[in-house]
Design a protein around this ligand. Structure first.
Ligand SMILES: Nc1ncnc2c1ncn2[C@@H]1O[C@H](COP(=O)(O)OP(=O)(O)OP(=O)(O)O)[C@@H](O)[C@H]1O
Ligand SMILES: [Mg+2]
Length: 611
């Protein structure tokens, strides 16, 4: 059984429906014009011998012709919006191109930043593709796929989120013509898959292994970090931040490289270069009581005790009821409380700790007690910070003070409480177990620091990848131009439609160098021609040179990017493009506006029907 949703010649249709046509003609007509509409036909009873849609774009209301009666079969609920066919694919492509257009100006070192004002009035300035797309709040279902690939690129590699979106958009733009000409999406997807496989294969052949001379190769890491941050707000201070990022990643456990152990704290005020790298842990001074000022704020090789114990003299009238007969009994209770807390404090003192940190409050009595004995204390330390302290200084968190052994205490080379901007910070440096570090970021405005943090995240993720994977390619459009050349050469060796499709993929890759030129204000056509000529001559690493506005060997000028990032970008962009091309129908099922409307609809359906 077939349900037609395509151009229907009304005269032929009438003939087919009302018996002027023979059964064979009827069948041929529906076979020619119809798209098998399995999902719907399966739901309809097989005894209906003919089914088609009336007003198929607005409501799916199949009518069946049976013995002259016309019963209505409702398949999808009222208000369901369906759109399908080639037009639908083209609409989806147009939506993706719109997304691509909005990101284009942000690509590359001379790309601009975007200021986004959210619904809550919060402003964000960013150059990061994933962040911009996340904040744009895209509602088009197909365009959302591009948002998703940029996010997954961000999670997987950290950088290249703008490139992946641009590439997916460009592949779709190139394929739009094929769809309009009626080439089947299956054929197009086959070509794209082949092209993507070839591109990845070629990257693997072309990539350059940067040999590490024992341990991590600092030069490699610094160059990759510098390229990642060259397009960001921090590029003017790239020397400073490159060192910070590489130091940060190298302090991590090189086996696991858990970037969550790099703590990032934002302190408004000062300039970006006032930011600090702490090879250990730093956290904001916690709330403190009287007596705190008398405590020492500096130690060398201190013993650090981490607690999850409250050190406060409780005013029991708040949380307990005690009945007493005489006044002296009340004194006994006060004495008992005093004794309990003093025992705890004495036990801590006996453990030999110089610094006492607790997740729970440390009250004024304890603060004064510690001050008298030259011990530093901080209560209500955020759980994440305390966990990082333990990771760095060693020892373990204690939930009681009665059995503190020397191995429960941690240590570090130096502890200091310092003033940074308007805040005081507790800083633990030279930690023996240091598998963690902290970046204290400074900047004039909150938005600036937030963007610095995002840019550092990109660079940290790239360096993390580069530690493990030392293969690189040259950026600035060099690798894209070379892949484009190779794919084009390959496409000429094969016949048929696949030649066109692989050629289109090759052309789509050129979007990266072209956009880099456009954003830099260079003549894109001229530079692209020069690049094509250079690559034809075998200069495989020639890309856009921003310093002189020409072309240059970007491998020699250290515009390096991990090859894995490019592989990931090409694969995800192709997959997204194929996904969007293969969807030729959208069924949108809007939520009912209100419960009242839903109830009314229910009532209408059930009217006059006894239950
Ligand atoms: N010094 C440079 N010279 C030439 N090209 C460069 C230079 N630094 C970076 N690029 C190029 O700029 C592009 C990266 O731009 P950008 O960082 O804006 O986008 P992205 O990395 O794709 O996405 P995002 O950083 O937003 O996640 C890459 O193609 C890279 O090769
Ligand atoms: Mg980048």
């Amino acid at each position: 059984m077939y349900i037609s949703n395509r151009t229907i010649n009304s005269a032929k249709l009438e003939a087919a429906l009302f018996g002027d046509a023979s059964i064979e003609e009827e069948h041929r007509y529906f076979h020619q014009s119809a798209v098998p509409f399995r999902s719907v036909s399966r739901r309809l009873s097989p005894k209906f011998n003919l089914v088609f849609f009336r007003g198929f774009l607005s409501k799916l209301t199949p009518i069946t012709i049976m013995n002259g009666q016309v019963p209505t079969v409702v398949v999808l609920k009222e208000g369901t919006d369906t759109s399908q066919g080639r037009g639908q694919i083209i609409t989806n492509i147009n939506a993706c191109i719109a997304i691509q257009e909005s990101l284009k100006p942000t690509l590359g070192p001379l790309g601009s930043d975007v200021l986004i004002v959210g619904g809550d009035g919060k402003t964000t300035i960013s150059n990061d593709g994933a962040t911009i797309l996340k904040l744009l709040d895209v509602i088009h279902p197909a365009a959302k796929i591009l948002v998703d690939i940029s996010r997954s690129q961000d999670a997987e590699v950290g950088d290249g989120t703008t490139s992946v979106t641009l590439l997916a958009g460009e592949i779709l733009k190139e394929c739009k013509g094929f769809i309009e000409e009626g080439i089947s999406t299956t054929v197009i997807c086959k070509g794209l898959r082949k092209a993507s496989q070839l591109a990845v294969k070629n990257i693997k052949e072309l990539q350059v292994e940067v040999s590490s001379k024992g341990g991590a190769n600092r030069e490699l890491l610094e160059n990759c970090a510098k390229t990642a941050m060259s397009s960001k707000l921090i590029h003017n201070n790239d020397e400073f931040f490159t060192k910070m990022v590489v130091d940060a990643v190298l302090t991590l456990d090189q086996e696991y490289l858990d970037e969550k152990l790099i703590g990032i704290k934002r302190i408004p005020g000062g300039s970006m270069e006032d930011s600090l790298f702490v090879n250990g842990v730093a956290f904001k001074k916690t709330f403190s009581y009287a007596g705190f000022e008398q405590q020492p704020k500096q130690f060398t090789n201190p013993k650090i005790l981490n607690l999850n114990v409250e050190l406060e003299l409780k005013a029991e009238k708040d949380n307990a009821e005690v009945r007493i007969e005489q006044v002296k009994d009340y004194q006994n209770i006060v004495d008992a409380e005093w004794k309990i807390i003093t025992q705890k404090l004495e036990a801590i003192e006996a453990s030999g700790a110089n610094i006492v940190l607790s997740k729970l409050p440390i009250g004024d009595l304890a603060t004064q007690y510690f001050a008298d004995r030259n011990i530093f204390c901080a209560g209500r330390v955020a759980s994440g910070d305390l966990d990082r302290v333990i990771q760095a200084v060693g020892g373990s968190i204690q939930t009681t003070t009665s059995d503190i052994l020397p191995e429960h205490l941690g240590t570090c080379a130096s502890f200091e409480e310092v003033q940074i901007g308007g805040e005081r910070y507790n800083i633990f440096k030279g930690c023996p177990e240091a598998k963690t570090c902290t970046l204290l970021l400074r900047g004039g405005a909150e938005q600036v620091i937030a963007e610095v943090e995002r840019s550092l995240h990109d660079a940290i993720m790239i360096v993390r990848r580069a530690v493990k994977n030392t293969a690189i390619v040259a950026g600035g459009g060099a690798i894209e131009m070379e892949l484009s050349k190779r794919l084009r050469e390959y496409s000429r060796t094969i016949p048929g439609k696949q030649q066109l499709i692989i050629g289109a993929f090759a052309k789509a890759l050129e979007v990266i160098p072209r956009q880099l030129c456009d954003n830099g204000g260079f003549d894109g056509t001229d530079l692209l021609n020069k690049l094509r000529a250079a690559h034809a001559k075998g200069e495989i690493w020639f890309g856009v040179d921003f310093r002189n506005g020409g072309i240059n060997d970007n491998l020699k000028s250290f515009v390096w990017e991990p090859s894995m990032m490019k592989i990931n970008a090409i694969q995800s962009a192709t997959e997204a493009a194929m996904l969007i091309l293969s969807v030729d129908e959208t069924i949108k099922n809007e939520e009912r506006a209100s419960a009242g409307a839903a109830a009314a609809a229910q009532g209408a359906r059930g009217r006059n029907i006894p239950r």
